[in-house]
Design a protein around this ligand. Structure first.
Ligand code: 5GP
Ligand code: MN
Length: 338
């Protein structure tokens, strides 16, 4: 954040405001952690603050401090709309384009307020009065920590804020191992622990609350995996029938895509998950090294994200989508075998 942006934010927040904080659709740990961390910080001043999630999110994130304040735009629609109507300031966290907010996006596009974006995704759109975008950051949670520091507010960091920010840094860095994890990330995390984040407990809450049906679904996913050594690629498919047979709950497939990358020699991993209700195949892309899945998702599957983690979608059925993927993959043979 440059000095001018810091001064602008300070001046906006110097008076009591009605603030709404919004994560992207299907929010993950970083989206919820950054929103709830920022919520705790802004609440320590004289502001009215609401967090509005575009839709539901997994149970393994619902233990997070202050989770009870989150309004689900699909379920608590009129209350959420009222907060939005009254808002004087809108923070948008962990996304780069209002189209990432699903049903909320038309309201946000028409909304008159001071928008402040905090985000680490590539190619940020220019819709905010203040855009704090840094694609080198491990997570939006690390940026919220910086944001508090820039505003001179680290003394407001209590155990709840620290816990929320720790959770998002942990989930977005694959427990501190992805390339974007810097020594600064570790310093921030160390400070969050000093300020009350319980690292072991947080890890258990997020990762050790499996249900038997989820592990069985993982078994199905792994046996469906197709490995294409000539493209250094592994992909998984999961159909709606397979989800239904395993009592699928939101978040159950989180992390499945990463198994492909644990294979020696594989640098590109993909998972295709059928969603009959939305009539789409939701796709997650992951890579190690220089192969940009952001470019791949953006160019071919209406998506985007980061160099090594991106998402997208297909409006075709599973068979057509896989055929399309295999055809496109052929054109990337050299890039995948540099
Ligand atoms: P995931 O595969 O876990 O859903 O998402 C991986 C990364 O890509 C996340 O940073 C997420 O925000 C981003 N992402 C996921 N789906 C989409 C999408 O449809 N469009 C864009 N632009 N980014 C996405
Ligand atoms: Mn993130």
């Amino acid at each position: 954040m440059n000095l001018e942006d810091i001064a602008t934010v300070k001046s906006i927040l110097s008076q009591p405001q009605k603030i709404v904080i919004i994560p992207h659709k299907n929010p993950d740990g970083d989206a919820m952690g950054s929103c709830l961390g920022l919520y705790g910080y802004l609440k320590s001043f004289d502001h009215e603050v609401a967090v509005i999630a575009p839709n539901d999110y997994p149970k393994f994130l619902k233990w997070m401090p202050n989770n009870e304040v989150v309004l689900n735009f699909e379920k608590e629609n009129s209350q959420a709309k009222k907060c939005l109507e009254e808002a004087t300031v809108v923070f948008t966290l962990d996304f780069n384009d209002l189209s990432r907010t699903g049903q909320l996006h038309t309201i946000l596009e028409e909304k008159e307020a001071d928008f402040i974006m905090i985000d680490h995704h590539q190619q940020p759109k220019d819709y905010a009065r203040v855009t704090y975008s840094d694609v080198t950051m491990s997570s939006t949670c690390e940026m919220v920590y910086n944001f508090m520091e820039y505003l001179g507010g680290l003394d407001k960091m209590d155990k709840d804020i620290a816990t929320n920010l720790y959770t998002g840094i942990m989930t977005d860095t694959g427990s501190f191992k992805y390339r974007s994890t810097s020594s600064r990330t570790h310093k921030v995390v160390a400070d969050l622990i000093d300020r009350g984040a319980n690292n072991m407990e947080i890890h258990q809450q997020v990762f050790d609350t499996n249900s038997p049906s989820r592990l069985h679904l993982l078994g199905v996913a792994l046996s469906n995996m197709v490995i294409l050594p000539e493209y250094k690629t592994a992909y998984i498919t999961i159909t709606q029938d397979e989800l239904d047979a395993h009592d699928f709950k939101k978040g159950d497939t989180e992390g499945f895509v990463n198994y492909g990358l644990t294979l020696e020699g594989i640098v590109f991993a993909v998972i295709f998950i059928e969603n009959k209700e939305e009539g789409i195949i939701k796709i997650s892309f992951r890579s190690v090294g220089d192969f940009s899945v952001n470019e791949f998702a953006r160019t071919h599957f209406n998506g985007g994200g980061h160099d090594n983690a991106a998402g997208g979608r297909s409006d075709e059925n599973m068979d057509v989508t896989i055929e399309k993927f295999n055809t496109i993959l052929k054109t990337y043979k050299l890039q995948l075998n540099p």
